[in-house]
Design a protein around this ligand. Structure first.
Ligand code: AHR
Length: 613
C-alpha cells in the first residue's frame, strides 16, 4: 500500500536533472555519430593507435601507392598522405560492412590533392552488384587543393566502396564522403538517426568527451615540438578549426580518433538538442587504471589556461581571442557554458584535490558563475571514495561527479543511497551509471533507482546513464544505451527508461510511503552458465552468487540435473553426485534452464571440478 500526501513538500526537481554522457568509446564518434563515411580518411591510422593498424587500414590499392610522411604533407598536423602512381586507384571500405548509401540521397565527396603535372581523378561508388551512383571525374593540377564532387545514390546499399583512380601521379589526403542529409543539415555534421535518437531523449545536458578518454596521456607534454605524436592528451584545441588541420590521435579505447567530431561540434550538438554543454577537462591526475599525478607545474598551468580558454571559446564575445575562433567556425553567439567537470574518476584523492583547487581558483577568479565539478574517484564506496568526499565537503565544492556500474540487484537494494547524503554538502552529479546488462530487468532496476534520485533531487542535481552509444562491431564496453551499425540503430530497454524519465521530469516530489518493503533479495530470473573446454569433465557443488553475495543457484547434483541445458552439444549425466560429461565433445556449455540466452551478470561462480581437464 502506498500513501501519498499531496500537500507535503518534497524535493524540487530541476529541469536539468537528466542528460546524456557522450564518450568516444565503442566507436561512438568516427563510424558512429560523426557522419563521415570514409574510414581512415587521412591515412593517419598507426600501430600506436592499435597494433593491427597500418596507414592503409580500410584501404585497398589497385596499382601502386605508398603512404608518405615527408615535407610534401598537407600541413604540419596532418602528417601522412597517399602518393598514388599513374593509372592506380585506392578503394575505401568504410565501417562495418561498408559505406551505406540510400537511393535518391546526395553524398558530398571531397579530397585534397597535389598533382604537379595534372591528373584526372575518377571517383566511383560501387558495391559487389555494381554502381551505386554515376561516376564523377575531377581534374586536379598543381599544389594542394581541395576538390569536390556530389553523388546521388541510384540504389541503397550497406556495402558500398569508394574508389579514387588517377591517370597521372598524384598525392591525396582527406578523402571524404559525407551524406548531405546530416542532423539539422549541419556541415561536418552528425549521423541523423543517431542524433535524432539522442534528441528524442530530450536531454537537459550533454557531458563530453569522457570518461577515461580525457585522462589519455594527460601527463604528457603537448607542445608542437612533440611533433604531433600520437597518445597526446585529449586537448580541446586539437579538435577545432578546419578538419584537415586537426591532428588525429590514439583513442584511450584502442583505436584512432579523427577529431572530426570535436569541441565545436559537441557544443553545436548540445545546442541543437536543446541541452546545456558540460565538458570535462583532464586534471593531470590520471584515473582509469593509472595512478599518477603530475608534478610539472608548468604543464598544470598550461592545462588550467587551456580550461580558461575553453570557457572563452564557449562563452566569450566574438571579438575575444577564442570567441573569435568560434565565430569564424560559424557560431558568433555564445554556447552558454555554465558547468565544467575537472577530472574523471581520479583515484588519488589527495593529489587530485590539490590540483582541482588550482583549476577551481583560476576558473572562479575569471568566471565566478561557472559551476566547477569535482569527482569522487572510480569507486562508489571505500576509503578512496570517503577521502574524496571528505575533501570535497571540507573544500566547499559545489558538485561532485559520482560513477558506478553495478548489478540490477544493487540498484534495487540501494534506492535509498542518497537519502542519507549531507544536505549541506556538495550536490551530486551522477555522471555515469548503469546496471550491468541490457535486458528489460536492467532497465526496470534503473527505473526503480531513478525514483530514488528524484526523491533526493535536492542533492542529486544531474544524472546521466553511460555509455551512450555502441557500434555493434566495435564494442569495448557494455551495456550501452543506443546500439548501431552502419545502417541501423536501436535503443536498449534502458534507452526507453531514460526517454521516459527525461521527457517527464516532474516539478517536485510528492512524498510517499510504502507499507511493505519490496522483496529485492530473490534471484533475478535468467540463465547462468558454466563452460568447459575439456574433453571430459565433471562438476559438483556449483554455486552462483551475485556480487552482493545473494545465492542465485546452488546445486550439489544429488538429485537430477534437469535444471541444466546444453548449448553446443555433448552429453552429460549425473553420476555419483556429480554432473559428468560422458562423451568427448571438444567444447560444452551447460546452462541453467529457462531462457538460455547469454546475459551480462556480475557473478561469482564456485564449482568443484572433480575430473577432466
Ligand atoms: O563509461 C565507460 C567508462 O566507465 C568511462 O570512460 C569511465 O569514466 C568509467 O570507468
Amino acid at each position: 500500500e502506498i500513501t501519498l500526501d499531496p500537500t507535503a513538500t518534497g524535493a524540487t526537481i530541476d529541469d536539468t536533472m537528466y542528460g546524456v554522457f557522450f564518450e568516444d568509446i565503442n566507436r561512438a564518434a568516427d563510424g558512429g555519430l560523426y557522419a563521415e563515411l570514409v574510414q581512415n580518411r587521412s591515412f593517419e591510422y598507426s600501430t600506436a593507435d592499435n597494433g593491427s593498424y597500418t596507414p592503409l587500414t580500410s584501404w585497398a590499392v589497385n596499382g601502386t601507392a605508398q603512404v608518405v610522411d615527408d615535407d610534401g604533407r598537407l600541413n604540419e598536423r596532418n602528417r601522412n598522405y597517399l602518393s598514388l602512381d599513374a593509372d592506380s586507384a585506392v578503394t575505401n571500405a568504410g565501417y562495418n560492412t561498408g559505406i551505406r548509401v540510400e537511393k535518391g540521397k546526395r553524398y558530398d565527396f571531397s579530397v585534397w590533392a597535389r598533382a604537379a603535372s595534372g591528373t584526372t581523378l575518377t571517383v566511383s561508388l560501387k558495391d559487389a552488384a555494381g554502381e551505386l551512383a554515376r561516376v564523377r571525374q575531377v581534374a586536379a593540377k598543381g599544389a594542394w587543393k581541395k576538390y569536390t564532387a556530389t553523388f546521388t545514390a541510384t540504389r541503397t546499399s550497406n556495402r558500398g566502396r569508394l574508389t579514387v583512380a588517377a591517370t597521372e601521379a598524384a598525392a591525396l589526403d582527406m578523402v571524404s564522403l559525407f551524406p548531405r542529409d546530416t542532423y539539422k543539415n549541419q556541415p561536418n555534421g552528425l549521423r541523423k538517426d543517431l542524433a535524432e535518437k539522442i534528441e528524442a531523449l530530450n536531454p537537459a545536458f550533454v557531458r563530453f568527451p569522457g570518461g577515461c578518454l580525457v585522462n589519455t596521456g594527460s601527463m604528457e607534454d603537448y607542445s608542437e615540438a612533440s611533433g604531433w605524436q600520437r597518445k597526446r592528451s585529449y586537448q580541446w584545441k586539437d579538435t577545432i578549426g578546419p578538419v584537415e588541420q586537426r591532428a588525429t590521435n590514439a583513442n584511450f579505447w584502442g583505436y584512432n580518433q579523427s577529431y572530426g567530431l570535436g569541441y565545436y561540434e559537441y557544443f553545436r550538438f548540445a545546442e541543437d538538442v536543446g541541452a546545456m554543454p558540460l565538458p570535462v577537462v583532464p586534471a593531470l591526475v590520471t584515473g582509469c587504471g593509472q595512478n599518477r599525478a603530475t608534478d610539472d607545474e608548468a604543464l598544470l598551468q598550461r592545462h588550467i589556461q587551456d580550461t580558461l580558454d575553453l570557457i572563452e571559446f564557449a562563452n566569450g564575445p566574438a571579438n575575444s581571442k577564442w570567441g573569435k575562433v568560434r565565430a569564424e567556425m560559424g557560431h558568433p553567439k555564445p554556447f552558454h557554458l555554465t558547468h565544467i567537470g575537472v577530472g574523471n574518476e581520479e583515484n588519488l584523492p589527495n593529489e587530485f584535490f590539490a590540483r582541482f583547487q588550482k583549476f577551481r581558483a583560476a576558473i572562479e577568479a575569471k568566471y565566478p558563475d561557472i559551476t566547477v565539478i569535482s569527482n569522487s574517484g572510480p569507486d562508489d564506496t571505500g576509503t578512496t571514495f570517503d577521502t574524496a568526499w571528505k575533501l570535497n565537503r571540507e573544500g566547499n565544492v559545489d558538485m561532485v561527479d559520482e560513477h558506478y556500474y553495478n548489478s540490477p540487484q544493487w540498484f534495487l537494494q540501494n534506492n535509498d543511497r542518497y537519502d542519507s547524503y549531507d544536505r549541506k554538502g556538495p550536490k551530486v552529479f551522477l555522471g555515469e551509471y548503469a546496471s550491468q546488462g541490457n535486458a528489460w530487468q536492467n532497465a526496470l532496476a534503473e527505473a526503480a533507482y531513478m525514483t530514488g534520485l528524484e526523491r533526493n533531487a535536492d542533492v542529486v542535481k544531474l544524472a546521466s546513464y553511460a555509455p551512450l552509444l555502441a557500434n555493434e562491431d566495435y564494442v569495448q564496453w557494455r551495456p550501452d544505451m543506443i546500439w548501431f551499425n552502419n545502417h541501423a540503430s536501436w535503443g536498449s530497454a534502458s534507452y526507453e527508461v531514460q526517454k521516459l524519465f527525461m521527457n517527464n521530469v516532474g516539478d517536485r516530489v510528492v512524498p510517499s510511503r510504502a507499507t511493505t518493503t519490496p522483496d529485492t533479495s530473490g534471484p533475478i530470473s535468467g540463465a547462468v552458465g558454466l563452460s568447459t573446454w575439456a574433453t571430459s569433465a565433471a562438476y559438483d557443488d556449483v554455486k552462483v552468487t551475485a556480487a552482493d553475495g545473494t545465492t542465485l543457484l546452488s546445486d550439489d547434483f544429488s538429485g537430477d540435473a534437469s535444471q541444466w541445458k546444453h548449448v553446443g552439444g555433448g552429453s552429460w549425466s549425473v553420476q555419483d553426485g556429480a554432473y559428468v560429461q560422458t562423451d568427448a565433445a571438444a567444447e560444452n556449455t551447460m546452462v541453467t534452464a529457462g531462457d538460455p540466452a547469454w546475459q551480462d551478470y556480475d557473478l561469482h561462480v564456485k564449482a568443484t571440478k572433480k575430473s577432466g581437464n
